[in-house]
Design a protein around this ligand. Structure first.
Ligand SMILES: Cc1cc2nc3c(=O)[nH]c(=O)nc-3n(C[C@H](O)[C@H](O)[C@H](O)COP(=O)(O)O)c2cc1C
Length: 225
């Protein structure tokens, strides 16, 4: 009779296979979807987004997928039934492709202006068109506006994202009176503070993104309740 059942080959495979998975997961770049949320004519959003994407590239832990909502028309009418179902009748083919892009994300950053103390309808519509794509994934924010620096938009986004089972991060980059921070060439006049804030955001997003990717893999979120 074998006394080594607890360390049998399948047992070892389970332990070391799992560890290898974990290591591989930790080293694999995180898929980051950066959403440029403003679709307004003459919008400032691309200036801020370009700066942020440079910071993400410098950080080095993410594969970037830029989703510019101005180039991603979302039909005003939602499909019949639950947006949880990707192939629900009436969902246009390009919306299935979009859902697949969001599905692939390990983390999101929403670049949002503040409109009337909230976030733009374009972002709400993107959120409403999807459901499972946000689940158990971290979301952070780059925001901008007048005196409030877009933070009122972010606070409202957090409430909505909680309903989507997403994790809204504490860390954000906020530009108050954003037009004063960037020169005509779209470069920050005093980059230090914003770059430090972006690094903190990306470090924390790495932690959450890696941790939740592993957790979704080993313990599917829907098994929780
Ligand atoms: C409809 C509208 C409402 C706005 N409301 C606010 C506001 O409540 N608070 C604020 O700080 N800025 C407000 N602004 C100023 C915007 O933050 C600023 O115009 C910013 O550049 C908008 O982002 P965008 O250029 O990328 O669209 C508003 C702008 C618009 C167009």
């Amino acid at each position: 009779m074998s006394t080594g059942d607890s360390l049998s080959r399948p047992g070892l495979d389970a332990i070391f296979g799992c560890m290898n998975d974990t290591l591989r997961n930790d080293e694999t770049p995180l898929k980051l979807v950066v959403v440029l949320g403003s679709v307004r004519q003459g919008r400032f959003g691309p200036v801020i987004t370009r700066w942020f994407l440079d910071e993400v590239r410098k950080h080095g832990r993410f594969d970037i997928d830029l989703l510019d909502l101005a180039e991603t028309p979302l039909p005003l009418a939602l499909p019949p039934g639950s947006t949880e179902l990707q192939n629900v009748q009436g969902r246009p083919a390009d919306m299935i492709a979009l859902a697949a892009r969001l599905d692939a994300a390990d983390a999101f950053v929403l670049v949002t202006p503040e409109y009337n103390h909230s976030f733009p309808a374009s972002l709400k519509h993107l959120i409403d068109w999807h459901y499972t794509q946000w689940k158990a994934k971290p979301v952070s924010f780059v925001c901008y506006g007048g005196l409030g620096g877009g933070l009122r938009a972010v606070e409202q986004l957090r409430l909505v994202l909680a309903e989507m089972h997403a994790v809204g991060l504490r860390d954000v980059v906020s530009f108050d009176r954003h037009w004063e921070h960037f020169d005509e060439g779209g470069q920050l006049r005093n980059p230090e503070g914003a770059c430090d804030a972006a690094k903190t955001l990306l470090d924390r997003l790495t932690w959450w993104g890696t941790t939740l990717r592993e957790a979704r893999h080993t313990r599917p979120y829907d098994s929780a309740a």
